[in-house]
Design a protein around this ligand. Structure first.
Ligand code: PXP
Length: 396
């Protein structure tokens, strides 16, 4: 194993994927032409890095990264060095998290940069030696960071946009504008990979006419969100959208409030999934990040689950948010391991989407309210592109 990773940090498994860190560090070794060498990577707290900084550098403060080259004083060309061990890179996750927040980056992105920085020190680069050396190291950092962006388990998640809110504005006046069909076309032109509409029983926003037109005009993928009621099921079977997402539906709710309880309605939902599958319509089920619900969705033949991100998005404290994020991460991993494809959505916005988009198990993000709200001020094209930029940047 070229990378010996040790983590001494509380709740690190909630924050990071060991597998991703090892894979990316190994890729960096290869890119730096030291694939036959090994490196030891330690992720620690501020307290631990501070004590190392004091002991070895006589600096009594925490720092982001420390490198301890096995062959101290080596130059940048280590390929021919007889030793196979490059040395230790120690990174403080406390500082990395702070810096990620400060620079508006995901933790994975920040960590990638710190690993690169530490590795270049092990390879003999030193930005403190001279201006020329600083420039040389920075250029190498940029090159390696760009290289890292190509390393991911699956491609970046697709962005599917829910245009219900455009219809809500139209319905407020009972007129013909703004038209969700036009909005869908603009979203696609700006780079969205799918359009989502929820045809509710009470037709409070999206109308049958919208869905019928969208079926003819959407060029990417039309995802019909719906409750499992007889009339809408027949509508979907006649329409043949590219996929459906089953959601719970209550007339009195403002928006979909919780995930569908698949466990308690297994028999009824199984029949709906069976009908859709027979008609060649893949089914996604909107569920809370809960293992029992995932198992039930898998057992009744769903192709996708959409993990409800609402509690993560609405969390009132950083601790609750981290807890909810951990539940989503674990649920997405479990669903993916069961062979389900994994979407996520509800409440995602320009501040909270990056960590979810960085999860390697997520196929598609379904976002509506935040994008349409921003579009009121910036225009739909820009609002979509800004969200796509966030999703892209989250890939490292
Ligand atoms: N996914 C599902 C299943 C939903 O019901 C909704 C809301 O209609 C969304 C995603 C999008 O949520 P938001 O509008 O908060 O982005």
């Amino acid at each position: 194993m070229p990378v010996d990773l040790s983590i001494n940090y509380p709740a690190a498994t909630d924050l990071l994927s060991r597998r991703q860190i090892i894979r990316q560090t190994a890729a960096l070794l290869e890119k730096c032409q030291v694939a036959g060498h090994t490196v030891s990577l330690r992720l620690v707290s501020d307290q631990e890095i501070r004590s190392l900084n004091k002991q070895y550098r006589q600096k009594d403060s925490a720092t982001n990264v420390l490198s301890f080259p096995f062959a101290d004083g080596a130059d940048e060309n280590l390929a021919g060095l007889p030793v196979k061990e490059l040395g230790d890179i120690v990174i403080s996750l406390d500082t990395a998290r702070r810096e990620a927040r400060e620079f508006g980056q995901t933790l994975q992105h920040r960590l990638g940069w710190l690993i690169i920085h530490g590795l270049l020190h092990l390879l003999g680069y030193d930005h403190e030696r001279s201006n020329k050396d600083e420039k040389k190291m920075q250029a190498m950092e940029h090159e390696l960071l760009a290289y890292l962006q190509t390393y991911r388990r699956i491609p970046m998640p697709h962005l599917a946009i829910n245009v219900d809110h455009i219809a809500t504005i139209r319905q407020a006046r009972g007129t013909i504008e703004p038209d969700p069909v036009t909005a869908a076309a603009l979203c696609e032109l700006a780079g969205a990979s799918g359009i989502v509409v929820h045809l509710r029983e009470d037709r409070r926003h999206i109308q049958d006419r919208d869905v019928l037109l969208l079926r003819q005009t959407v060029k990417t993928k039309l995802n019909l969100e719906m409750g499992a009621n007889r009339e809408i099921i027949q509508f979907a079977l006649d329409l043949k959208p590219d996929m459906i997402t089953l959601v719970p539906e209550k007339r009195e709710e403002l928006t979909t409030e919780g995930g569908l309880d698949v466990v308690s309605q297994k028999k009824k939902l199984a029949q709906t999934v069976k009908k859709m599958n027979a008609a060649g319509i893949p089914v996604s089920i909107f569920i809370d990040p809960d293992l029992a619900q995932i198992k039930a969705a898998s057992a009744i033949g769903a192709t996708f689950v959409e993990i409800h991100t609402g509690k993560y998005c609405d969390a009132a404290s950083e601790n609750t948010r981290e807890h909810e994020f951990q539940l989503i991460t674990a649920a997405a991993e479990e669903a993916s391991q069961m062979g389900l494809r994994v979407n996520a959505g509800h409440g995602l916005n320009y501040q909270n989407t990056a960590p979810i988009a960085a999860l390697p198990t997520i196929d598609e993000l379904s976002i509506g309210h935040a994008i349409i709200s921003r579009a009121v001020f910036t225009g739909l094209d820009q609002a979509v592109r800004e969200m796509l930029d966030i999703i892209r940047a989250a890939q490292f």
